[in-house]
Ligand binder design. Structure first.
Ligand code: URP
Ligand code: ZN
Ligand code: ZN
Length: 462
């Protein structure tokens, strides 16, 4: 054996107990009372041992329409590792004239050699032209089995038209892929935005009015109908509203294969942030909502309507965000947060009594692995990759603008006081973070091929 994590409180998706975890050749090889004189030992007494987080929604090294994010695949995955993330799934967004396969190849060349944790890619399709449709079966066979579509961002050239969306849903479903949807009614958002711009009041304080909850709800309802019509399984990303969550709840009750996620910012931050002098910092799509929306999202997490919490990490420095000071259309939307995903969900979820430790593991590790086909990851079990986090439940951590490792020079959670923080992070048996020190290396991360397994998705919904 190479490494033993001794005397930890092991938390899996279904159980928790005191014990040791034995690791050899990057895999978990034994759990319980583990002894081997030759192995390196990490003492985890008084600590939680969790599966590494799978942040299945990040935008690293991303072109957002008017600006590029500030992290690359090294700095982005290094920051993720500090927060206990051991796998990210990012996106390969098709550029104009580029096939989806070429976009995947391009993104692999941007990531390989830089990533310090494992990663995978969702294909992101922007149209249903012949070449894209033809490429879908091979993309799925090649291990990028999930396909995202934007129903908005027309001006940036990302929006998918309804008929194209239906055509793609059918084809992806027929070949065993999973459809992911950013759901906002573009016509509503564009028209409301144009009205604010025309009146010269497109200021951050009014940003939420440009993308109201009905825009999300209408689009979720439409996508649910599309899923019913095509038979596709759909995954709605970053659900932000009570209305949207209710629609998903009803669809699930009626037996449709609709799964969904939310993000910490929709659980913990609210639209009053836009009234602050630096409200431009929070420009993201969908926008922050009301407290009652957040409460409905927590409720939907608790009762299993929302299966995953991801960061939607999109890392812009303040100078880029400030471009939206007087006109929010001048800034690419997005907020960073992969490094805070686990600590925020641990503190405001587990410590606050909103979710159990098993639910935490399901939301951040087990469900992303099941839904997106990362069969070797997502839990603590013999045979799984040794992607693990030792979390000190007593560690105090107050978030500031600069005590993190993301490139953005601010924090939307400034002043949040957390109890419980990752102390040691292990990726395939290698200690990559310990006591605030980065011990990993660019290129350690590997591309992980995925295949969607309907029975695993059913198990999430059960
Ligand atoms: O504002 C956001 N969420 N930016 C990232 C791109 C997306 O829509 O997920
Ligand atoms: Zn989105
Ligand atoms: Zn996103």
């Amino acid at each position: 054996m190479d490494l033993i994590i001794r005397n930890g409180w092991i938390v899996t998706a279904h159980d928790e107990f005191a014990g040791d975890v034995g690791i050899a050749d990057g895999k978990i090889v034994s759990i319980g009372h583990v002894r081997d004189e030759r192995a390196r030992v990490l003492d985890a007494a008084g600590k939680l041992v969790l599966p590494g987080v799978i942040d299945m929604h990040t935008h690293i090294d991303h072109w957002g329409g008017s600006a590029k994010t500030d992290d690359d695949f090294f700095s982005g995955t290094r920051a993720a590792a500090f927060g206990g993330v051991t796998t990210v799934i990012d996106f390969a967004i098709q550029r104009p004239g580029e096939t989806a396969e070429a976009a995947l190849r391009r993104r692999r060349s941007e990531a390989d050699g830089k990533v310090c944790i494992d990663y995978s890619l969702h294909a992101h399709v922007t149209g249903a032209d012949e070449a894209t449709l033809r490429g879908i079966p091979d993309i799925i066979l090649d291990g990028a089995a999930s396909f995202k579509m934007f129903t908005t961002y027309k001006k940036a050239g990302f929006k998918i038209e309804d008929h194209d969306c239906l055509t793609l849903m059918k084809r992806i479903h027929e070949h065993g892929g999973l459809v992911m949807i950013h759901a906002e009614n573009d016509s509503m958002c564009e028209s409301l935005t144009e009205m604010l711009v025309a009146a010269d009041v497109a200021v951050p304080a009014l940003y939420p009015d440009s993308r109201p909850d009905v825009a999300e709800a209408e689009c979720i309802a439409r996508m649910i109908l599309f899923a019913e019509y095509t038979g596709a399984t759909i995954y709605i990303v970053h659900v932000s509203t009570r209305k949207g969550a209710e629609l998903i709840r009803r669809a699930q009750k009626s037996g449709l294969n609709v799964i969904a996620e939310t993000c910490p910012h929709y659980l913990l931050l609210h639209r009053d942030r836009y009234l602050e002098a630096d409200g431009y910092k929070y420009i993201m799509a969908p926008p922050l909502r009301d407290e009652e929306d957040s409460e409905a999202l927590w409720e939907s997490i608790r009762d299993g309507v929302l299966s995953v919490v991801s960061s939607d990490h999109c890392d812009y420095r303040l100078d880029k965000k400030m471009a939206g000071q007087r006109n929010f259309t001048q800034v690419s939307p997005g907020i960073h947060g992969t490094e805070w995903l686990l600590p925020l969900m641990y503190h405001y979820g587990v410590n606050a009594g909103r979710i159990t430790r098993q639910q935490l593991v399901k939301l951040l590790s087990h469900h992303p692995a099941q839904i997106f086909g990362l069969s070797g990851k997502g839990n603590i079990a013999v045979g799984k990759d040794a992607d693990l986090v030792i979390l000190d439940p007593t560690a105090r951590h107050t978030i500031t603008d600069d005590n993190h490792h993301m490139q953005a020079d601010f924090s939307p959670y400034r002043g949040f006081e957390l109890r419980g923080y990752p102390e040691t992070v292990i990726s395939r048996g290698q200690v990559i973070v310990q006591n605030g020190q980065f011990l990993g290396a660019p290129g350690h991360g590997r591309f992980v091929r995925r295949s969607i397994r309907p029975e695993e998705i059913m198990a999430v919904r059960a």
